[in-house]
Design a protein around this ligand. Structure first.
Ligand SMILES: *Cc1c(COP(=O)(O)O)cnc(C)c1O
Length: 380
């Protein structure tokens, strides 16, 4: 368990704020680098899950580059990160493709029709790949399962066009979500069964994201063995992993304040944050956010329902119990709120976007970005 120093700066924090702990982020990066060193794989940051650019000075010390899902992520990768830029999109647009080609090192197409369409433009300019669907489904919920039935993501064995492979240098799959190395082994079995005969003619293979490498119970040695076995089997082929969540995993918190406490069958605390706008996966995954010092209903003496400060009836974070009664002005620390939160934020209902902040290794609190009314005005 990482030791957090957040409480020592709690008084300085203007809420709501996402606070990334530099030391935690670096611990994750060191673990990912260990995987790189031991396995020979190259690890990229998937910007979809974590794009906190003011931390890229640190991330780029360890990782090989970024994975982008379209023009804007590719631009951020090129401008703020540098190193390798790998761009995949479910479908590329004519209006974006020239710029994407100019700033990317790899481009991955989601279909043979897109590959054929853009082939004259991309040939000779960057390394091209095809995303395949290994059709091994193991992700926890359908919303996050790229291999669910009728998935639009990746070419199935049935739709694969061997005759169009000339010029394709890599195969890409992304089939996991918050999973361990055993799930990767299962996906690899399907991938090799369906597409193994094409691997020897490839320069690289990309195992996608969803590897929960920095989670405490992740079997890192098993991952390293799986990668090494694969690389040995295919003549030391270049291999990429592109996790997002594992980079930002447990690297910081969202700090919010209690604004009011109302009563309707249960005491309800209204906070200056929102499940809908600031922690959307609590509603869409759904999962229960951890709050420092709090427990489940009735486990501790004082139970509250925690609600967001929007007018959406369902903007409820959940029910939590505390040792002491909550008071207006109390600050609550929502754990593990750095990945898949900031990148999904909205100004729904005119709610303020949380500050982005860093707690550095020396214990200094720095606001990186502050957002005001302008963000809402411009977008509506
Ligand atoms: C979402 C995504 C990732 C990152 O997934 P994590 O679960 O955040 O590790 C990597 N590659 C692709 C193609 C993705 O769509």
């Amino acid at each position: 368990m990482k030791i957090s120093r957040l409480e020592s700066v709690l008084e300085q924090i203007q809420t709501p704020a996402y606070v990334c702990e530099e030391a935690h982020l670096e611990e994750n990066l060191k673990l990912l680098d260990y995987v790189q060193q031991k396995s020979g794989a190259k690890i990229l940051l998937a910007l979809k899950g974590f794009a906190l650019q003011d931390t890229f000075y640190l991330v780029k010390k360890y990782l090989h580059g970024c994975t982008a899902s379209g023009l804007y992520e590719a631009k951020l990768a090129r401008e703020a990160f540098g190193k390798e830029v790998h761009t995949y999109s479910p479908a590329f647009k004519d209006s974006d493709i020239d710029e994407i080609i100019a700033i990317s090192d790899h481009i991955v197409f989601n279909s043979f029709s897109q590959w054929q369409k853009f082939r004259p433009k991309v040939t000779g300019r960057l390394s091209c790949g095809i995303r395949v669907n290994p059709e091994v489904s193991s992700a926890p919920v359908a919303l996050y399962d790229p291999c669910s039935p009728n998935s639009r993501l990746g070419v199935t064995k049935k739709a694969f066009k061997e005759e169009l492979l000339e010029g394709i240098e890599g195969l890409h799959f992304h089939a996991l979500c918050e999973q361990n190395a055993d799930a990767l082994e299962m996906v690899l079995e399907g991938f090799e069964r369906n597409f193994g005969s094409y691997i020897p003619q490839m320069k690289w293979i990309n195992f996608g994201g969803g590897h929960h490498i920095t989670r405490e119970d992740y079997d890192i040695e098993r991952l390293i063995r799986a990668i090494k076995r694969f690389r040995e089997k295919y003549n030391g082929i270049t291999l990429y992993l592109e996790p997002g969540e594992a980079v930002g995993w447990q690297s910081g918190a969202l700090v919010a304040s209690v604004l009011d406490i109302v009563e309707n069958g249960i005491p309800i605390a209204i906070l200056d944050t929102s499940a809908e706008a600031h922690m959307p996966d609590t509603l869409s995954m759904p999962y229960r956010a951890e709050i420092r010092g709090a427990a489940v209903t009735n486990d501790k003496k004082h139970t509250y329902r925690l609600g967001g400060n929007t007018c959406l009836a369902g903007d409820i974070i959940g029910d939590y119990s505390f040792d002491e009664p909550l008071k207006v002005g109390d600050k609550l620390i929502f754990e593990d709120m750095i990945h898949y939160t900031i990148v999904k934020n909205t100004t729904f209902n005119g709610i303020k976007l949380p500050d982005l902040a860093l707690l550095d290794k020396d214990g200094n609190y720095k606001v990186l970005k502050h957002f005001g009314y302008e963000e809402y005005r411009r977008r509506n």
